[in-house]
Design a protein around this ligand. Structure first.
Ligand code: PMP
Length: 429
């Protein structure tokens, strides 16, 4: 039962008037704030300024003598493969270094599967009557956008505290050969913040699937993005797939977008040697080579995994206070009222808020009408359709603390306001 339901009609009306008054005060401030996307703040970007001048006019050769200024090296320079093999826990020959965006690696991979088929496809996916992907939700809106754009049907899967509902997943993939993939953000997930348990990873690696060319799209975007000194450990799915006799099942993606520069990082794909050589073959038709100077810069700047981890602790020092502030404001303004619940992530970039059913869209609109833009309600579900209309994704990293405080105070006020309006409607007041 919510605290609102316990109020008598008069108390509820008075409470509503007080909230409306506070909302009007916010409107008068004419705020113009944006918390819609997980963007690194200026301070975070400045941490990597050294990337801009860590090469010199004579330092442009990779360890194997490759001139990084020239064409070639389609799969990446050896030392970059070495560095990111540590990050993604794969061997260097299971790695391809891409351009600056892991999302474009994902898009390209699926587009190729559609157009040409994967190594174990019987036919290009586009020739099939239907292609479907499982979409654990709430999830990453841009994954869902790729499917929608390419005409892939999305099947929402519920998230549990430790990963997708595996019973649901196992039943579906065992029965339907048109299910070709599942999206997973396995660590500090976007937006729920959860990390998959060992049991979930093992079940994904070993489950029987009907489609011979089924793939797990393992978007490990937040693998080194911790907010605590005791981060959760994620089982190595490449190893688990090998052990289960399904070595080609998983495609692991990562990038330094939220490590170095969001627009000029390094993207990585790790997978079985079969998948990697297939990808390399197709990549060499698409490009004569990636930006190897950027790869060299990243190697010079970070050196090794320990260098990346030390750098990520500096990120945490900047963004942890933002997560703490956002959560503290929700606890102060909403605690004990049963109007909303929220994740307390140990890493990643988001806080996932669940409101009362049927309220999320109205809350986001109300917050926007007073000058704070949030991720559109529904975006965390396939086709933008949140069946309960109750999930809102918060991205607290970009705004400075003072602005975040204003935005969160307004957001929590709007949660209360819309919840009261719903209660008033229910009572037909
Ligand atoms: N995957 C996830 C889960 C993300 O949250 C993001 C960024 N918001 C990306 C991928 C984008 O990665 P990139 O910048 O490497 O394309």
């Amino acid at each position: 039962m919510t605290e609102l339901e316990k109020m008598n009609d008069q108390m509820l009306q008075e409470h509503y008037s007080a909230l409306v008054h506070r909302y009007e005060e916010f409107q008068a401030q004419k705020l113009k704030l944006n918390m819609s996307r997980g963007i690194p703040s200026l301070d975070q970007l400045n941490l990597a300024s050294g990337l801009l001048d860590c090469l010199t006019q004579t330092d442009y050769k990779a360890a194997d003598g490759t001139d990084c200024r020239n064409y070639g090296g389609v799969d990446g320079i050896p030392e970059a493969k070495q560095l990111f093999s540590q990050v993604l826990e794969a061997s260097p020959n299971e790695i391809i270094i891409g351009g600056n965006s892991s999302l474009s690696l994902m898009y390209d991979l699926i587009a190729r599967a559609m157009l040409l088929g994967l190594p174990d496809s019987e036919t290009p996916w586009v020739k099939l009557p239907q292609v479907k992907f499982l979409c654990p939700s709430p999830g990453y809106d841009r994954h869902f956008a790729i499917c929608e754009h390419l005409g892939i049907e999305m099947i929402p899967i519920n998230y549990q505290h430790d990963g997708p509902d595996m019973t649901q997943v196992e039943q579906l993939v065992a029965a339907d050969s048109s299910i070709k993939g599942i999206w997973c953000v396995p660590k500090h997930s976007n937006p729920t913040g959860i990390t998959y348990s060992d049991a979930v990873v093992k079940r994904l690696a070993a489950m029987p699937v009907k489609a011979p060319d089924f793939r797990i799209f393992w978007d490990n975007a937040y693998t080194v993005h911790h907010l605590t000194d005791t981060p959760p450990r994620l089982l190595n799915i490449l190893d688990e797939c090998k052990q289960a006799g399904n070595p080609d099942r998983v495609l692991v993606f990562g990038s330094t977008s939220k490590v170095s520069f969001a627009g000029s990082g390094i993207a990585v794909l790790a997978s079985s040697e079969t998948n990697i050589s297939w990808f390399k073959k197709h990549l060499s038709i698409q490009t004569i080579g990636p930006d190897k100077l950027n790869q060299l810069r990243h190697v010079r700047f970070f050196n090794d995994l320990a260098g990346i981890e030390a750098h990520m602790r500096k990120h945490a020092a900047i963004i942890k206070p933002k997560f703490d502030l956002a959560i503290a404001i929700m606890e102060t303004e909403l605690g004990g009222q049963n109007l909303a619940s929220w994740s307390k992530p140990q890493g990643g970039y988001f806080i996932s808020v669940n409101t009362l059913p049927g309220c999320a869209k109205k809350i986001v609109a109300k917050t926007a009408a007073a000058g704070v833009v949030l991720t559109p309600a529904g975006a965390t579900f396939p086709y933008g359709k949140d069946p309960k209309d109750n999930n809102i994704r918060l991205a607290p990293t970009f705004p400075p603390l003072a602005e975040l405080k204003q935005a969160m105070e307004l957001f929590t006020l709007c949660i209360q306001l819309i919840s009261v309006e719903q209660e008033l409607e229910k009572r037909a007041l």
